[in-house]
Design a protein around this ligand. Sequence first.
Ligand SMILES: C[S@@+](CC[C@H](N)C(=O)[O-])C[C@H]1O[C@@H](n2cnc3c(N)ncnc32)[C@H](O)[C@@H]1O
Length: 263
Amino acid sequence: MSLSLAKPSRSALHTKPTDTYFSDLQLYRAISNENDITAVHVADLLRQHTHKRLLDLGCGDCTLTNKVALSLGDRNLRLTAIDIDAHMCEAARRNIDLDGFFSDVSIIAGGISDHLPNIWQNVDIAMMVHVNYFMQDEQFVDLIDSLPRGVHFVFVVDKEDSIFSQLWARTARPYWEHARFANAHIESRADIEVIKSVIQSSIRNPTRFPDPDDRDRLLSFLSYSNIRAASSADRAWILETVNKNAVHDKILVETNCYSIRKH
Ligand SMILES: C[S@@+](CC[C@H](N)C(=O)[O-])C[C@H]1O[C@@H](n2cnc3c(N)ncnc32)[C@H](O)[C@@H]1O
């Protein structure tokens, strides 16, 4: 396997809501089955292609990328992965190294927009999961404009009425607005074949966690805000919104999945 790690770009990072965001993400993964379900769903859409180079836009630590690769079951998969966050890229490099599903890996530390249109070079299939929130609307339009014919691109973003969307409409509004834009924009494009599906997963209800620290970290992750710095009214509203969505110990999490190709 060959692996290259390009230098970080000049693009600005989005602001993390808490200092513990990365460990909160691991805690969230422990109460969620979303990654496994999303990986199978994305792989099912992309399975029809052979001799592939996969592009993962906003790859994070590549946990999901590995799961998609495992589900595709292709030992000769080649990968280009890009993330704006250098720490995520380091984690991705460690994870990819350990799992070794890929015959060739290139991890680029940089912003997606800074690498258009070259990022599409030699790519057959592409994925972008939960990244829209952090992209300016025009950056997303540029990305879709640059999609070459022949590349099958699958992206996932929160459903308009999901638990995350309900919370973020109040607690992380700019990010929520970018997701709303992406959902509306992709459905308005006449030049693109769009097949939409909904991915359903679940999380354990964080308000029932006995440990107050875990509870706050999970609620901060869910609301993309620091719940410890929230007003008592905001805190009460977050708890009420989460509990409104709960059925006993479980909360449904729904995302929109768009499978797109240029005509
Ligand atoms: C919520 S995480 C999702 C990570 C991964 N796709 C997954 O589903 O596990 C969003 C990722 O997108 C990255 N990101 C945000 N804006 C970006 C941009 N403009 N270019 C590249 N990566 C970006 C963040 O650094 C972060 O790792």
